[in-house]
Design a protein around this ligand. Structure first.
Ligand code: ADP
Ligand code: MG
Length: 456
């Protein structure tokens, strides 16, 4: 592939070194098309699909012009959901490692104001947040954006879908007119282009779709009887044996319901949707990404923008309401060159809605071709152990690994992903070894200190 290296850009040596250290060897297409203009300070509107590296495209732009010594909010990134904001902040922190003391703050709804006020008082260089909560802080004057020079809209199409237009317009009234505005969207609708005209100046349009490697996804459709839907889903799991799967439903209640029904049928599943508390959503995502949970039942809003690296399968348990939603949903699998599977279930009443999907690449199969395995079970490989200690306790992955594997301890192979947060750490342990791991940490110490631990 004819991709370009970051060193062709005018970036500082320390930034280039950090990109190298985090394993970004070449630019993705959207990065090589967008970054030269972004670094020149131009307004850019970019269309690129999920997983194309949009975060680093604006992230490198923001960080390259940041004045670390000026302790004022210089960039604001607006995102449609909390999860997405957290993910963007995480990626920005990774990209910001080239310098010390770059403060990146997330401001999202659904969590208490108190700690946010506290963090804002300490100041920040970059704020990542959802429009509603950012606006509230602006109105309370706990957030001042007089020094802002870059404004980013990530997943702008979804922000509009979620009805954030009014909040966005209000937020704009608090922001200097003289600024660089970057707008990212998975699709360019008329509405998006209108917004671009009203908030950007001579924006440069970039469409990176054409030169991206297409996801390799096998798409299959099955007609089902409503009352058999869950059995068909289980037969799909039994036939294709995915490592993990995201199953899409259209409502929060259905998400909870389906997860509970699958659990009763020995299929390990958890639901994720907008009614969960932030920590609950976090717990679910951690378990899904560290192989402690194999099936995630999700609504579209909750799943938007999640960057799950290795996803074997997507199932449209409820058909997507628009073609775009369909594309978004299935685009989560088949990433980074791996083959993905995407299934859609529809009932006889929905056959007309399925017509638009008919093409020669898609398989419409009889569900009787699926394997049915009696007493089929789908159990997770790992179980998550929670340690009540984290970054604030100076815990690192190596310390936890050491405590678990040290003298007569577990094999390294028994330990999976380790996620360390401020006050908690989450360790994936192979299911067979969970009791031993729990005992070992309960009776032992990490870095000479005792931490309480429990099984999630
Ligand atoms: P998008 O927002 O377009 O869906 P992300 O910004 O979340 O995509 O990036 C998807 C994944 O690709 C992330 O895990 C990110 O760390 C990784 N990534 C981004 N740019 C590069 C690069 N140049 N080289 C390697 N990995 C990259
Ligand atoms: Mg993104």
């Amino acid at each position: 592939m004819n991709q370009k290296e970051f060193k062709e850009l005018s970036l500082s040596a320390s930034m280039l070194k950090n990109l190298d250290e985090i394993g970004y060897m070449e630019m993705t297409p959207i990065q090589s098309q967008g970054l030269p203009h972004i670094l020149e300070g131009k307004d850019v509107i970019a269309e690129a699909k999920t997983g194309s590296g949009k975060t680093a495209t604006f992230g490198i732009g923001i960080l390259a012009k940041l004045d670390v010594k000026k302790f004022k909010v210089q960039s604001l990134v607006l995102c449609p959901t909390r999860e997405l904001a957290e993910q963007v902040a995480k990626e920005l922190r990774l990209l910001a490692k080239f310098a010390h003391n770059i403060k990146i703050l997330t401001l999202c709804g659904g969590v208490a104001f108190g700690p946010q006020f506290g963090s804002l008082r300490h100041g920040a260089h970059i704020v990542v947040g959802t429009p509603g909560r950012v606006l509230k802080h602006l109105k309370k004057e706990s957030l001042i954006l007089d020094n802002l020079d870059t404004l980013v809209f990530d997943e702008a199409d979804r922000m509009l879908d979620m009805g954030f237009l009014e909040e966005i317009n209000d937020v704009l009234s608090f922001i200097p007119k003289q600024r660089q505005t970057l707008l990212f969207s998975a699709t360019f609708t008329d509405e998006i282009l209108d917004i671009s005209k009203s908030i950007q100046k001579d924006a440069l349009h970039i469409k990176s779709k054409s030169i991206e490697v297409p996801n390799r996804i096998e798409e299959r459709f099955y007609e089902v009887i409503q009352s058999d839907k869950i059995e068909t889903l289980i037969d799909i799991f039994a036939t294709f044996e995915p490592q993990n799967a995201i199953v899409f439903v259209n409502t929060k209640i259905q998400a909870d319901d389906l997860a509970a029904q699958l659990q009763q049928r020995r299929v390990d599943a958890l639901a994720i949707h907008g009614d969960l508390e932030q920590f609950e959503r976090n717990d679910v995502l951690i378990q899904f990404t560290n192989a402690s949970c194999r099936v995630l039942i999700a609504t579209d809003v909750a799943a938007r923008g999640l960057d799950i690296k290795e996803l074997s399968m997507v199932v449209n348990y409820d058909i997507a309401l628009t073609n775009e939603t369909y594309t978004h949903r299935i685009g989560r699998t088949g990433r980074s060159g791996k083959e993905g599977l995407a299934f859609t279930l529809y009932t006889q009443n929905e056959t007309d809605k399925i017509e638009i999907y008919k093409n020669t690449n898609r398989l419409f199969e009889d569900k009787e071709t699926l394997k049915h395995i009696k007493n089929f079970e789908m159990k997770p490989q790992n179980i998550t152990l929670v340690i009540e200690g984290g970054k604030k306790d100076k815990l690192r992955a190596g310390d936890i690994l050491g405590a678990l594997t040290g003298d007569a301890g577990l094999n390294k192979e028994s330990i999976g992903k380790i996620d360390i947060y401020d006050r908690q750490s989450f360790v994936a342990i192979r299911s067979a070894d969970i009791d031993e791991a729990h005992q070992k940490l309960k009776n032992g110490k990490i870095k000479g200190k005792k931490f309480s631990t429990w099984i999630l």
